[in-house]
Ligand binder design. Structure first.
Ligand code: NDP
Length: 244
């Protein structure tokens, strides 16, 4: 299956590392004009070094005002990947208000905000668009020490559905991908302990964690016109974890 994004303008959040970085590079390889958003300038510098056509935007998405200002100067966007996310793991009884607010600010509130800004432009131009939110298997299955993270991703799945409902008439499709563990910086935080990873692996019928490429390919499919009739879904990329 050939996917081309020639003539499309894409924005990827959390594009400094991990899934977001490889998504930005893959979109550029497929012909899209890519804007990469993250909060660490050094990551943007190395990304632009790797792919000179990428436009970097450095902003902390947890900051509503700074995000508004940073995205006002970004031109029209057809394809949006809300990928930036954070995970801070702790037992339920030890969750603090700060950890709760930081996680919801990045994983949910920033998705709402960035999508509002860019979908307004898509609607005004009348040319439609596609938005992919990077959720998690944790949206649908309880994981120990993940109370806040699971809650943010559960909220994100429902936000995805309501966005699909309200933006669909403008031909803006909104879907999520819901990966199992991927051994990025974030994945290593939760699953480096061999005992923990063994237990998780035993619950994945395919017997392995997802590769970054598995997630990126699914994001590209949902962004592309190959998925033109898919709207409002939360698509697991989990080797069957959620099926069991
Ligand atoms: P990484 O930690 O490897 O990368 C996350 C990227 O998001 C980094 O570039 C980070 O920048 C950026 N980011 C985080 N917070 C902010 C912020 N406030 N403002 C701007 N940028 C920010 O994570 P992954 O690639 O693993 O995760 C990407 C997405 O996939 C997340 O939404 C995550 O929840 C989801 N996911 C990940 C899984 C995994 O096992 N890895 C499994 C399922 C879902 P910086 O480094 O500067 O903070």
């Amino acid at each position: 299956m050939e996917v081309s994004f020639v003539g499309k303008r894409a924005l990827v959040t959390g594009a400094g590392k991990g899934i977001g970085r490889d998504t930005a590079l893959a979109l550029a390889r497929c012909g899209a004009k890519v804007t990469a958003v993250t909060r660490t300038q050094a990551d943007l510098d190395s990304l632009v070094q790797e792919c000179a056509s990428i436009t970097p935007v450095c902003v902390d998405l947890a900051d509503w005002g700074a995000t508004e200002a940073a995205l006002q100067v970004v031109g029209p966007i057809d394809l949006l990947v809300n990928n930036a996310g954070c995970a801070s793991l702790q037992p339920f009884l030890e969750v603090t208000p700060d950890q709760f607010d930081q996680s919801f600010n990045v994983n949910v509130k920033a998705v709402l905000h960035v999508s509002q800004i860019l979908a307004r432009g898509m609607k005004a131009r009348g040319s439609g668009g596609s938005i992919v939110n990077v959720s998690s298997q944790a949206s649908q299955c309880a994981l120990r020490d993940h109370a806040v993270y699971c809650a943010t991703k559960g909220a994100l799945d429902m936000l995805t559905k309501v966005m699909a409902l309200e933006l669909g008439p403008q031909q803006i499709r909104v879907n999520s991908v819901n990966p199992t563990v991927v051994m990025t910086d974030m994945g290593r935080l939760g699953w480096s302990d061999p005992e923990k990873s063994k237990t998780m692996l035993s619950r994945i019928p395919l017997g392995r964690f997802a590769e970054v490429e598995d997630v990126v390919n699914t994001i590209l499919f949902l962004l592309s016109d190959k998925s033109n009739m898919i709207n409002g879904v939360s698509l697991p990329v989990d080797g069957g974890f959620l099926a069991c």
